[in-house]
Design a protein around this ligand. Structure first.
Ligand code: ADP
Length: 220
């Protein structure tokens, strides 16, 4: 069965990264074609993805037989074997796949894929390391830098916000941040607005320039 439809993705390489990504796509209702050269991994993922096939993705003919050239989105999740990653990306680019995502192991690998013209190059170890640094350093319970210089930080509500309307706290003018949402123990997340009054023990989502959002999250 061919699954190359609008909302389908081909994932090449079903190691730790590729399999986690493929299963998450499936959980969200996306059809996934999984490809790996390793028969054991193909067996392991069989039945958990829409289709799982053993093939060598550096071979254009093999990818054409699997109709990979009909997919709009392909993820190359081959890391350790850099030459297999580069060759696979090169084949996919010559097939004119509209959107290619590829994970890389280091900057050198990333540079080559960027030079080739791979649309989205992802650095999982580097990105996760940077993200965890922010968690280790400060009071942030979670941290996402949306783009360099702008972040979303989950933290405990600091004393200066407790018991008054957010609109009266000078958040935006004095701290250059916005409280986008809050959560009270045992309740769901709710959007915050100017009339929101936080309680001690609430958790908040702070949005703003990275330095501002982070120093705000450090407040007690
Ligand atoms: P991870 O760190 O996510 O486990 P790896 O680089 O160890 O990543 O795994 C990448 C996967 O890609 C492995 O399962 C490997 O068998 C697969 N792979 C490597 N080369 C090819 C290839 N030429 N064709 C298809 N799959 C490949």
């Amino acid at each position: 069965r061919r699954i190359a439809e609008a909302d389908s993705v081909a994932v090449i390489g079903l190691g730790r990264f590729g399999s986690a990504l493929a299963l998450e796509l499936m959980a969200g209702g996306t059809e996934v074609l999984g490809i790996d050269v390793d028969e054991t991994l193909v067996q392991l993922m069989n039945g958990r993805l829409t289709q799982v096939v053993r093939a060598d993705s550096t071979k254009e003919e093999a990818l054409r037989q699997l109709a990979v050239d009909e997919f709009d989105r392909v993820v190359v999740a081959i890391g350790d074997d850099i030459s297999a990653s580069i060759l696979t990306c090169s084949v996919l680019l010559s097939m004119k796949i509209p959107v290619i995502w590829a994970k890389v192991v280091d900057d050198r690998h990333g540079l080559i894929l960027e030079q080739l013209g791979v649309h989205h190059v992802i650095y999982p170890e580097k990105d996760m390391g940077r993200r965890v640094a922010h968690l280790v350093r400060g009071a942030a319970l979670d941290y996402i830098e949306v783009e360099p210089g702008y972040a979303l930080v989950k933290s405990a509500a600091p004393a200066i916000l407790i018991g008054k309307r957010l609109g009266d706290t000078g958040l935006r003018t004095e701290h250059d941040v916005t409280v986008a949402a809050f959560k009270r123990a045992g309740e769901q997340w709710r959007n915050a607005d100017a009339d929101t009054v936080l309680h001690a023990g609430d958790t908040i989502l702070v949005v703003g320039p990275t330095a501002s959002a982070e120093s705000f999250a450090q407040l007690r």
